[in-house]
Design a protein around this ligand. Structure first.
Ligand SMILES: [Zn+2]
Length: 358
């Protein structure tokens, strides 16, 4: 049985299309850009617990940082049948690194230091334990919100959920993310560790159409997909502070300004997130020109305000954490001819989303 899969080599932040096959000697992986390799079944590690209906994300003892995402459920079942340890999630017996996560602190530190010394932050972002990513996400979200109200009304939350599923629709490999809106008076959107996305009230207010919010959301999904927030935190905090923050044992990520500096992405990261967003919008037939209009409005606001911009001008808005350039705007093209854009939300849902903060 041979199925399509996505392979992430851990070196560059991009997936490769490959085929995966159960060979007598193990799991064989091969693609146009990926030379044939065989992962022994005993060395396979489930990066996140394998659940029915969800893509399986696998790593291997012998290939730190690499991961393979298999969507075909029949194949995943057959694989788990032959490698039953995968069903339990972590391969405790085989992997010292994973033993460390569950076990002793000293071993944990040693394992992580080893990883830090050996691999780039972007790679490390993909091997951070799930529990760390979520603890980091909690702390970053709390700092970011800074006591701001979490916006939620029953109808607007349904509109928000509709928007999220509309953007992720039809893609089993789209990142599973948690979406929230806070009553924050700056225009921004954040991808946080642990697959969270936060939009601000001002962003929802500034957007003139649901396609604009959908475009921004798709862009943030790109950051989630590439784990840019985790990688930035590894870069900025270093692994020891990260360890303290993640374990809840003291250490903090500093104030809002410090956090926003951490979450400021490189042009390469922005390009990666844009490219993910444009692919995703095309897949789900959402007009990408919404994102273009939004970026243009952001650029104009920045221009009107001038570069100094006051406290919030320089550290807090969309431009500060996702620098928008002419090049990025020009890269956004309409849907291909013959693809009709489908609406994102009904007028009524859009109206209730606009009022999500009351
Ligand atoms: Zn961005």
């Amino acid at each position: 049985m041979r199925v399509d899969a996505r392979f992430f080599d851990g070196e560059i932040a991009r997936d490769h299309a490959v085929s995966a096959e159960l060979a007598p000697e193990g799991l064989a992986i091969e693609g146009i850009e990926v030379s044939r390799r065989v992962w022994s079944l005993s060395g396979l590690v489930a990066i996140s617990p394998i659940e029915a209906g969800r893509p399986a994300r696998l790593g291997h003892d012998g290939a730190p940082g690499a991961r393979l995402v298999i969507t075909d459920q029949a194949f995943v079942r057959e694989l788990v049948g032959r490698a039953p340890h995968l069903a339990g999630g972590l391969n405790v017996r085989k992997t010292g690194r994973w033993v460390a996560i569950i076990g002793t602190c000293a071993l944990l530190t040693a394992g992580i230091l080893y990883l830090t010394l050996s691999y780039a932050p972007q790679t490390l972002a993909f091997v951070l334990p799930e529990s760390w990513r979520h603890t980091l996400g909690d702390q970053v979200e709390a700092t970011l919100a800074g006591g701001a109200k979490l916006c939620a009304t029953s109808t607007s939350n349904m509109a928000l959920a509709d928007l999220a599923s509309r953007v992720a629709q039809g893609d089993p490999e789209a990142p599973l993310f948690e979406l929230k809106v806070y009553d924050i008076d700056i225009v921004n959107a954040f991808a946080l560790p642990g697959d969270r996305i936060v939009l601000t009230r001002k962003l929802i207010e500034t957007a003139e159409a649901p396609e604009e919010v959908a475009g921004v959301l798709a862009h943030e999904m790109g950051h989630v997909y590439h784990r840019h927030a985790e990688a930035q935190m590894v870069r900025a905090l270093g692994i020891e502070l990260l360890l303290k923050v993640a374990s809840g044992g003291g250490g903090d990520i500093g104030g809002l300004a410090g956090l926003l500096a951490i979450l400021r992405y490189s042009r390469d990261a922005e390009r990666e997130a844009d490219s993910f967003a444009l692919d995703q919008l095309k897949k789900v037939a959402i007009d990408p020109l919404g994102l273009k209009r939004f970026f243009e409005r952001m650029m104009k606001l920045e221009g009107d305000r001038g570069s100094s911009g006051g406290i919030f001008g320089t550290v807090s808005d969309m431009m500060s954490t996702h620098p928008v350039t002419r090049e990025r705007i020009d890269a956004i093209k309409p849907l291909p001819q013959g693809t009709a854009a489908r609406p994102v939300l009904t007028d009524a849902d859009w109206a209730s989303l606009k009022k999500i903060c009351g």
